[in-house]
Design a protein around this ligand. Structure first.
Ligand code: AMP
Length: 215
């Protein structure tokens, strides 16, 4: 299964994609946002150039992201499939992806705006491993500490209000046409999540169902 997961920031798609990958035979969840944050953390040339763009909620140049992704998907664990999260972000990236892979499904996680805002302002991330938490429905067992590796659980700079506004505007302008693009190709599936109390596992089950896979 080679698939893309779409959803606005705060839709919980990262958490869902990780769990979905495990259910789909262990295919990796590949997040270009996580990869870029890793570059920033390691202080690489890519990271240094990307950091200011990311902090302002802009898009890192296609050439940079395309190369990062190409190298990631060439790894052994992606041989039998992958779940892309955060890529493609525009039609140019979608075309680039198509030159290399046949995509089986694009799943849109449809979440209303009020729920997104609640999720975003409550989202916290582990500084070490990137595990995502939410202060409303997915709290770490100990406040401020990652369940997985004990890392510091913090609020990302790009989850702050100004960056969020820019990202919403970008999502509408650039990403929505992609949803139409995959709808026209006939591979778009949709899962609606409009309740704050819906758990990531319930969303994963709904995804498996629209993909026609037994949970
Ligand atoms: P995300 O975690 O997917 O929200 O990504 C965080 C930030 O990384 C975005 O706001 C962008 O600045 C950058 N980014 C992630 N994926 C891409 C992409 N496919 N193309 C360009 N920039 C990206």
């Amino acid at each position: 299964m080679r698939m893309i997961i779409f959803g606005p920031q705060g839709s919980g798609k990262g958490t869902i994609a990780s769990r979905l990958g495990a259910k789909l035979g262990g295919i990796p969840h590949v997040s270009t946002g996580d990869m870029l944050r890793d570059e920033v953390k390691r202080g690489t040339e890519i990271g240094k150039n990307a950091a200011p763009i990311m902090n302002q909620g802009g898009l890192v140049p296609d050439s940079v992201v395309n190369k990062l992704l190409e190298d990631r998907l060439a790894k052994d664990d992606a041989k039998n499939g992958f779940i892309l999260d955060g890529y493609p972000r525009n039609i140019t990236q979608a075309h680039e992806l198509e030159t290399k892979y046949k995509i089986d499904a694009a799943v849109l996680l449809d979440v209303p705006v009020w729920l997104l805002l609640s999720r975003l302002t409550n989202r916290r991330v582990c500084r070490k491993c990137g595990e995502v938490y939410n202060l409303v429905n997915l709290r770490p067992k100990v406040e401020g500490v990652c369940d997985k590796d004990g890392g510091e659980v913090y609020q990302r700079d790009d989850d702050k209000e100004e960056a969020i506004k820019e990202r919403f505007a970008l999502y509408e302008k650039v990403t929505m046409p992609l949803i139409e693009y995959y709808r026209k190709k006939g591979i778009l599936k949709q899962v609606t999540c409009d309740k704050l109390e819906t758990t990531p596992d319930q969303n994963v089950a709904a995804m498996l169902s629209v993909l026609g896979v037994e949970g």
